[in-house]
Design a protein around this ligand. Sequence first.
Ligand code: ATP
Ligand code: MG
Ligand code: MG
Length: 556
Amino acid sequence: EQFADNHFIRTIIEDDLKSGKHTKIHTRFPPEPNGYLHIGHAKSICLNFGLAYVYDGLCNLRFDDTNPEKENQEYVDSIKEDVQWLGFKWADEPRYASDYFDQLFDFAVGLIQDGKAYVDDLTLEEMREYRGTLTEAGKNSPYRDRTIEENLDLFNRMKNGEFPDGSKTLRLKIDMASGNLNMRDPVIYRIRRAHHHNTGDKWCIYPMYDYTHCISDAIENITHSLCTLEFEAHRPLYDWVLDNIPIQSHPRQYEFSRLELLYSITSKRKLNQMVSENHVSGWDDPRMPTISGMRRRGYTPEGLRLFAKRVGISKSENVVDMSVLEGAIREELENSAPRLMAVLNPLKVTLTNFEQGKTASRSADFHPNHPEMGSREIPISQTIYIEHDDFAEIPPKGWKRLTLGGEVRLRHGYVIKCDEVIKDENGQPIELKCSIDHDTLGKNPEGRKVKGVIHWVSAEHAAPINVRLYDRLFTVERPDTVRGEDGEYVPFTHFLNPESKKEITALAESVVNDLPPESRWQFERIGYFVTDRKDHKQGQTPIFNKTVGLKDSWQA
Ligand code: ATP
Ligand code: MG
Ligand code: MG
């Protein structure tokens, strides 16, 4: 069972199946194609598609495309790709709210005929004044009592393009004194001459979200319409619309809490700003919390699904530390990524007693628990490289790595001893002279224990690689909630980490020369890395992105 269990929505579904209210459940994931999907959407995708999977039902992918200015085909395509990459299949073809524009229009005409909708001439600003507040009832619009005939005529003329943008709206006639502001005669159509990615220039009036969403759900015979908590107060309107139009099906809306990730941002609008202001290289920049960014970073669908399962589904606040996300990714990669050795910050080591022909190479499996991943030879030569950090001339307490006069084991190789340190004019080590204990390949040395094991590469055999190292994108936990002394929000871009990306060259075992893009590896003792999906090209210097370190770096 790979999806979040025992949450209240599952209880509701199980009750509905038991009571016979539904024989099959049908959910939907309804993104607006106004940006790329992010980690919050991943939670919603895993919930909606996961429930359909677990209860043998169906899940639709529906584009909620009622704001033509902000939407486009690139976003539609990226959303389809991301959902599939996460491992899910939608029922039939993707749906579009815009497929229902004719039906939505007809239902609106019906509402007018029933005296339940009217054309209003108030401006947006006037409407806001008439709306009232939480503590004060609203006022009826002076246009509220237009006759049905007049409303039908005006609405048709709105559709036919006889009025300028924004000059008229169609509103539901509900209750201007309702305690719920959403019920105070909500606007359901506005005039907007905008080109639509699906319907082109056919329409100059567009339906509003609240009106469109419930009807789209009903047309598709959705049984459980799951959304985030900010729509709780919209539920009475959802039900009102379905109760007042001639449609059989009446899906039920249930709300759960939005996922928020610390040191990150989960808002398409703000992520869009990051892209348009060039703070990142694009929506799929490996630092972005978008699904495509995380993919490029090397995260796996399995790891993201594990994360979604762990954060769970509830109505309480769902603010999650980055270490939870990285922990899930790391845990999944531990068993799925083969391993190799790479040295990111090389220190030259000369093996003084190396003997061609006598000093043997060794074959090693790519994964200690998965022999089916294959193996490779690990050749050695007179010169090798180790990490600078694995040598300390004056070792701190508890040091298990290499030190002057000390011994260490080379991973998959011999025990070596450091006999001499060569330094530059600043006193920094630039080369070590070491001797090999030739009797230690695959066995312990006689009469003494060598605890430390370090990774290394052979100078003669290693391949140069480019490595992109990433750090947190923001320097504060909640970059979009910080207020300045004046009480105003500080722009979240103020908290961008200037050191979130670093590119270095490094040395790795030569297997890196034959990798396709998106090949995920553990660099032993360092972390997980992936060949870049876009920039890595076979036959050129390999380009790796750091996915995540082996240890949690989020603890202070
Ligand atoms: P954004 O503010 O980032 O644009 P949205 O909710 O407007 O988010 P939609 O494209 O309308 O974006 O979202 C599609 C679905 O994904 C909705 O059902 C929404 O509730 C869900 N969703 C969006 N963000 C989150 C989140 N942070 N956590 C959980 N679900 C989310
Ligand atoms: Mg939305
Ligand atoms: Mg939005």
